[in-house]
Design a protein around this ligand. Structure first.
Ligand code: MG
Ligand code: ZN
Length: 217
C-alpha cells in the first residue's frame, strides 16, 4: 500500500516536471537545479554566479527553504527576480516538488529570463527523487562533509550532471582525501563531471562559468 502511494506521488510529480520542462523549452530558459546538504555553499555559489552573469544575462532564482527567506535576502542586492518557496505551510517538506516550481514560474516573467537557478532544500536524500523539469542537476559537496557521501547518498550522485567540490580553500586545514572522493564518485557514476571550486574565495569559478556557457548553448 505504502509503495503504491509513493509511486503515485512520484508519477504526479513527473507529469508536472514534464510541463515545467516544456515551458523552459518554449521560453528558451536554461534551468539548473542546485542540490546539496545544508551548509555546502549553494547560496554563496549563487551569489558569485549571479554577480558574474548579471551584466549580460537575465538571471532569476527560485529559492527553496522550509521556513526562512534568509537565502533570498542574501541575493536581493543583485536586483534580479527571486521567488521564495517556503514549504512549512504545506507540511514542511524537505525537498522541492515540480508542482511548487510550476506555481513559482507563474510569478515570473518567463519572457525575460535566460537562466533560472533553483536552490533546492539542503538535503542529499529526497531532492534526488523529485524531478523538477530542469536541464541540469548540479550537486555541491563541500570539503568538510567528507569523501563518503557518494556512497551514502548514491541516488543524488547518480542523477547529477555535475559535481562541484566546494570550499577547496579549506583543504590544507581539513583531513580530506580528494582521490578517495573521486574513486567513490567513479563507483556510483563513472562519467560524472567534477569541478573543484571555492565559491567564497572565488577559486575555480571560471570553470563553472565555462560549464554553464557550454551547456546552455
Ligand atoms: Mg542556501
Ligand atoms: Zn523531502
Amino acid at each position: 500500500m505504502e509503495i503504491k502511494v509513493l509511486k503515485n506521488i512520484l508519477e504526479e510529480n513527473e507529469s508536472w516536471a514534464e510541463k515545467n520542462q516544456k515551458l523552459f523549452q518554449e521560453k528558451g530558459i536554461f534551468a539548473i537545479n542546485l542540490m546539496s546538504a545544508p551548509g555546502s555553499g549553494k547560496t554563496e555559489l549563487l551569489n558569485q554566479t549571479i554577480e558574474a552573469l548579471k551584466n549580460n544575462t537575465k538571471v532569476a532564482v527560485i529559492e527553496g527553504d522550509v521556513a526562512t527567506t534568509e537565502d533570498s535576502e542574501r541575493l536581493k542586492r543583485h536586483g534580479i527576480p527571486i521567488i521564495q518557496i517556503n514549504t512549512e505551510p504545506f507540511g514542511g517538506e524537505c525537498h522541492l516538488e515540480a508542482h511548487l516550481i510550476a506555481s513559482a514560474l507563474k510569478l515570473l516573467d518567463l519572457n525575460d529570463i535566460d537562466i533560472l537557478f533553483i536552490e533546492n532544500m539542503g538535503n542529499l536524500v529526497c531532492p534526488a527523487e523529485f524531478k523538477l523539469g530542469v536541464h541540469k542537476n548540479v550537486v555541491l559537496l563541500s570539503v568538510p562533509e567528507g569523501e563518503d557521501k557518494p556512497l551514502k547518498y548514491p541516488q543524488m550522485f547518480r542523477i547529477a550532471d555535475l559535481l562541484l567540490i566546494n570550499k577547496i580553500d579549506l583543504l590544507p586545514h581539513i583531513e580530506f582525501n580528494r582521490e578517495k572522493l573521486l574513486r567513490n564518485v567513479k563507483k556510483i557514476k563513472p562519467r560524472l563531471e567534477v569541478l573543484q571550486i571555492s565559491a567564497k574565495k572565488k577559486q575555480g569559478l571560471e570553470n563553472w562559468m565555462e560549464w554553464i556557457r557550454t551547456h546552455r548553448s
